[in-house]
Write a protein that binds this ligand. Structure first.
Ligand code: ADP
Ligand code: MG
Length: 370
């Protein structure tokens, strides 16, 4: 309870006692019925004090009243002992009433606080429950989303298979036509375009299928640069549409020598794809996504960096970015980064993320070269 209210009640009781006493002492003895009334009136502050402040408060009030009333009894009602006996007993009664009322009120209050505590506990667990069910609903929603995506992935894979066969037929037909068209014909150029585009389509589908195919872990030694290039080629068209340019730099002097790494190549490509998709989603038009491989001779590490100059992440987003299902995109899955991190760590590599809002993001993969 606020101190002000406590004081307010205290002062009310003191005021009542003082007022009754003044009236009591200033009333002529001859007006006996008024004295009866004031005596009874004393119960009011005593009961109030006991009610507000418990046994102790009640007793303080009743003892004060007793002390104030006693002189009155002794001097003004001098003599007449049998008459006064009842009034002495009344003084005892003041104190008994104070104790009993205080005790009952205290009990009441204890019960009430117990119920209040129980109620607030109940309220708390109810809120917790509600929060948990909210989380559960969210997770369920995310799972449904993931399921839908995996179904779409399967559909896309079968679509790719469907497209591959007619592509083969088209290529065959183009080759036949090529033989029919004389070398110096201006139409020859169109055949070249057809051949090139069909070849590119085929390559894209091959790359896609090699990514989508669910195969058991097959660790091989493969050409790092070629694997990265194949992922870039999958995304080339959509990057072009967004006017975004990929720049892939290999270590100085390694132009001739191929860098070979040992891992599951399909999974490695998936990591690169996830990271490039994120970079593409964050990058503004006319910007560049920079892929760089640095060879650290001393530690035998190949550091593979993917940098974009996009929106970047706030520290809060950066902290959560690797958590499964964390996404800031309306139709994101929140799985790209956590899956990539898992794969990279399975390889015994390391991946880390640096980002600054409106400056861009840099993902580094540390690849030990055996
Ligand atoms: P998704 O791409 O489906 O949202 P990810 O796990 O790939 O899931 O990424 C999680 C979140 O991390 C993204 O929603 C985005 O907020 C942030 N993020 C990841 N990569 C980048 C990036 N290159 N630039 C800015 N934000 C990024
Ligand atoms: Mg992603």
């Amino acid at each position: 309870m606020k101190p002000f209210f406590k004081n307010y009640r205290l002062w009310l009781i003191v005021l009542m006692v003082v007022l009754i006493s003044i009236l009591h002492y200033s009333t002529a003895i001859t007006m006996g019925y008024m004295h009866e009334f004031y005596r009874l009136l004393y119960y009011l502050p005593i009961i109030l004090a006991a009610f507000y402040f418990g046994v102790r408060g009640g007793l303080i009030a009743s003892l004060s009243v007793s002390l104030i009333y006693l002189p009155h009894l002794m001097f003004q009602w001098r003599g007449e002992f049998p008459h006064n006996l009842g009034r002495f007993l009344e003084i005892i009664l003041y104190n008994v009433v104070a104790v009993v009322t205080g005790w009952l009120a205290g009990n009441e209050r204890r019960e009430r606080t117990r119920y209040q505590n129980a109620a607030s506990e109940l309220e708390k667990s109810y809120q917790q429950l509600q929060q948990q069910s909210e989380q559960l609903r969210e997770i369920e929603e995310q799972l449904r989303h993931a399921e839908r995506l995996s179904v779409m992935g399967e559909l896309a894979a079968s679509l790719a298979h469907e497209v591959r066969n007619p592509l083969g037929a088209i290529r065959g037909a183009v080759e036949i036509l090529e033989d029919e068209i004389p070398r110096d014909s201006p139409n020859r150029e169109f055949v070249e375009v057809l051949k090139k585009e069909v070849g590119r389509l085929n390559q894209t589908i091959d790359n896609y299928l090699s990514l989508a195919r669910r195969v058991p872990d097959t660790v091989t030694t493969f050409d790092f640069a070629a694997a990265v290039h194949s992922v870039i080629s999958i995304l080339a068209a959509s990057a072009r549409k967004q006017k975004i340019h990929f720049r892939f730099e290999l270590p100085n002097g390694a132009a001739g020598a191929t860098i070979t790494v040992r891992a599951d190549e399909a999974k490695f490509r998936q990591v690169v794809l996830n990271l490039l998709l994120n970079a593409l989603a964050a990058s503004p038009a006319e910007s560049e996504i920079h892929l760089r491989a640095d060879l650290q001779k001393v530690s035998g590490l190949l550091n593979f960096l993917i940098e974009d100059h996009g929106a970047g992440m706030t520290p809060e987003v950066l902290q959560k970015a690797m958590q499964p299902f964390f996404t800031t995109k309306p139709s994101g899955t929140g799985l790209g980064l956590p899956i990539s991190k898992r794969i990279v760590e399975q390889f015994g590599w390391m991946m880390n993320l640096e980002s600054e809002p409106s400056r861009g993001t840099r993902v580094t993969i540390h690849i030990p070269l055996s």
